[in-house]
Design a protein around this ligand. Structure first.
Ligand code: ADP
Ligand code: MG
Length: 326
């Protein structure tokens, strides 16, 4: 049974950046306004996230790492209507099967924080009272220590750190009201955004003022298909070598190859060969229309009326580009 759990967990948590994404979403779910991340050896030695969110109640410590227990399901009757990031209670459980997991957390109601260690979904040892301010600190050490094959399949620590950086940067842009920090242990911050910033300011901070200067605001609302898009896209006079595409669907960072390709396609009419735009889109769909059969931690997402919705977004981008070109 232990082996089966480990394999299942390894499927949910594929690499450090993947684990971090889940942790960031948990911190956002907990209404944090400040999220600080410390990494050692590309996240394999250490991946630590500290937030100032609501915290974990003392009585919940024993269950947060049990599979399929989630504090977020209580509020919902139907899986289809769940709109928070987490909806399956699998992330912490999975992490506890493939790493050493420590949680320190304090709610507003408790006088002190509590510290707990987990292994294979279970709390090991008793809760330890400890000093701490409101919020949660999750520490993951020795990720994949018990999965040598997975560990060997990973890229270099530098590349894993790069993936981590991208995840943090993208969430920082999308959640400009939240301050984000990322650094290697013992070093200065590589990412640092203030809380109560704006998306545009964070784009400027992260991707540079040149890109920020070339951006046009994009928005689209569609009633028949019940969706809404907001974002920033570069004007047709600007291009980069690499296609920079940030896509959030219902506030989750996801991949949608079909949409990505189509957007790039629209720009080919305007841009020189082998050059691409910067595109950040936040797409909000009726949660009922996002395919819940796709595993929540799989980044590639599908949704109902995908083709029609992509067509509509493409047409709107095209119109926007035409309008800004004269
Ligand atoms: P899910 O997010 O799907 O509920 P997770 O395994 O990601 O499942 O988290 C399990 C539970 O742990 C959450 O439902 C939440 O109650 C608690 N939790 C995890 N991270 C945090 C955090 N940063 N702040 C407060 N509670 C948290
Ligand atoms: Mg979660």
């Amino acid at each position: 049974e232990a082996v089966v759990n480990k394999i299942a967990a390894g499927e949910v948590i594929q690499r450090p950046a993947n684990a971090l994404k889940e942790l960031i979403e948990n911190s956002l779910d907990a209404k944090s306004t400040n999220i600080q991340i410390v990494v050692k050896n590309g996240g394999l030695k250490l991946l630590q996230i500290t937030d100032n969110g609501t915290g974990i109640r003392k009585e919940d410590f024993s269950i947060v790492c049990e599979r399929f227990t989630t504090s977020k399901l209580r509020e919902f009757e139907d899986l289809n209507t769940i709109s928070t990031y987490g909806f399956r209670g699998e992330a912490l459980a999975s992490i506890s099967h493939v790493a050493h997991l420590t949680i320190v957390s304090k709610t507003a109601d408790e006088k002190c924080a509590f510290r707990a260690k987990y292994e294979d979904s279970k709390l090991i040892d008793t809760l330890k009272p400890t000093a701490g301010t409101q919020g949660t600190q999750i520490t993951i050490e020795d990720l994949f220590y018990n999965m040598n094959i997975r560990k060997r399949a990973l890229r270099s620590p530098a590349e894993e750190y790069q993936k981590i950086t991208e995840v943090v940067e993208k969430y920082a842009i999308h959640n400009a009201n939240v301050g984000f920090g990322l650094r290697k242990q013992g070093e200065n911050n590589d990412v640092k955004t203030p809380c109560n910033s704006t998306k545009l300011d964070n784009i400027r901070l992260i991707y540079g003022h040149i890109i920020a200067r070339e951006l046009i605001e994009f928005s689209l609302e569609n009633d028949p298909y019940k969706f809404k898009v907001q974002g920033y896209i570069t004007n047709p006079n600007y291009s980069t070598k690499k296609f920079i595409f940030l896509l959030f669907i219902n506030h989750r960072l996801v991949e949608c190859q079909a949409l990505k390709k189509c957007i790039d396609q629209v720009y080919t009419t305007y841009l020189p060969k082998n050059s691409h735009p910067f595109v950040y889109l936040s797409l909000e769909l009726d949660p009922k229309n996002v395919d819940v059969n796709v595993h929540p931690t799989k980044h590639e997402v599908h949704f109902f009326n995908e083709e029609q919705i992509i067509e509509l977004i493409m047409a709107a981008v095209e119109t926007k580009l035409l309008g800004s070109n004269n």
